[in-house]
Each structure stands twice: as structure tokens, then as C-alpha cells.
Design a protein around this ligand. Structure first.
Ligand code: AR6
Length: 172
């Protein structure tokens, strides 16, 4: 049975997960928000490894080392830019969560932390994004029991924290 935790904080400060997920852009060469924090905390070795990956399309995920971060891996995924909801945003966002979990499982990662992908600079409404995140992660864990022991949703603001807490109370 996988434990799902919801906490408030800076994802780069977590010390008890094998991998953290970065909400990157398709260049994988850094940016603001979580991406900026991850690159600052990991150090210059990360950017060098990212350069060699030659980008990543929206919805997909790529794995690098964790460098100065406590976890072994960073999983970089590229969320959708919100364009009103009719441009497959939910589909692409679900793919981010699924592909990040697949990439983690491929590295034998048993604990992983997610930020609220796309809900910052990319403008995805927080509640809609949280629903996709929780539903997709739950479905993946049910379909692949035993692969991942712990998932942590790391929220940066109180509003997101409350939305996730409410969603976690509901099943299905
Ligand atoms: N730890 C946890 N959550 C954070 C942190 C942190 N250190 N910093 C911000 N958040 P964003 P996006 C929250 O903008 O919307 C970058 O420039 C933030 O409050 O980081 O997917 C990339 O290079 C929000 O709820 O990612 C891309 O160009 C959530 O993390 C673009 O931003 C995601 O916000 C990606 O935009």
C-alpha cells in the first residue's frame, strides 16, 4: 500500500525521497519557479547533464542525477501551458504524472515528490490541476501495486495545500 502525503514547503528541501519531480520547460535548460529552485539547489552539474538531453516535449519526462540535492534523481517533466482547457491540457498534465512515475519506476525509485506542475508560470487553474494530479497518481498506483512506496505532493501555498487536502479525503 503506497502512502500519499500532502505537505507545504520547498520541494528542494526534502530529505526523505529518492526522487523529486521538476516542472521544467521543453528546453530543460532551467527557468523560474520550481525549475529555478531545483537548478540553484542542485548546482551546475545538473545543467550540464540537461544540455545533453536536448529537450523534452510536453507530457514526457526525463531523468537526471540529483547532484547536490539529497535525492538520487531529478525527474524533469514539462507541463502544458494553460490555454483555456480545450487544448488537451488535462491529457498532457496527466501524462506528466504518469510518465514521471514510469521514469521513477524504471530507476527503482520507491519514493517520489511532485510539485503542482503547470500551476505557476504555466497558468493551469489550481483546483483543476490538483484533480488531475491526484486522480492520475492514484490510478497509476492502483494499476502498478508495489512499485512505489511513497508519493509526496509538495505545495508552495496555502490555497493549493487546502485543495489537495480536500481531494485526499475523497476516494475515486
Ligand atoms: N517547491 C515547491 N513548489 C514550488 C516551488 C518550490 N521550490 N517554487 C514554486 N513552486 P512553476 P509551471 C510552485 O511556475 O507552472 C519555469 O520557468 C508554484 O507555486 O514552477 O509548471 C519552467 O522553466 C506552483 O504552484 O511551474 C517553465 O518555463 C508550482 O510550483 C515554467 O516555469 C508550479 O509553478 C513551468 O511552469
Amino acid at each position: 500500500m503506497t502512502m500519499i502525503h500532502v505537505i507545504k514547503g520547498d520541494i528542494t528541501r526534502l530529505t526523505d525521497v529518492d526522487a523529486i519531480v521538476n516542472a521544467a520547460n521543453s528546453s530543460l535548460l532551467g527557468g523560474g519557479g520550481v525549475d529555478g529552485a531545483v537548478h540553484r539547489a542542485a548546482g551546475p552539474g545538473l545543467l550540464e547533464e540537461c544540455r545533453a538531453l536536448h529537450g523534452c516535449p510536453a507530457g514526457e519526462a526525463r531523468v537526471t542525477g540529483g547532484y547536490r540535492l539529497p535525492g538520487r534523481y531529478i525527474i524533469h517533466t514539462v507541463g502544458p501551458v494553460w490555454r483555456g482547457g480545450e487544448k488537451k491540457e488535462a491529457e498532457v498534465l496527466a501524462a506528466c504524472y504518469r510518465n514521471s512515475l514510469e521514469a521513477a519506476a524504471g530507476k527503482r525509485v520507491t519514493s517520489i515528490a511532485f510539485p503542482a506542475i503547470s500551476t505557476g508560470i504555466y497558468g493551469y487553474p489550481k483546483k483543476e490541476a490538483a484533480t488531475v494530479a491526484v486522480h492520475t497518481v492514484r490510478s497509476y498506483l492502483e494499476e502498478h501495486p508495489g512499485r512505489i512506496e511513497k508519493v509526496v505532493f509538495v505545495l508552495f501555498d496555502d490555497e493549493s495545500l487546502q485543495i489537495y487536502k480536500e481531494l485526499m479525503k475523497k476516494r475515486g
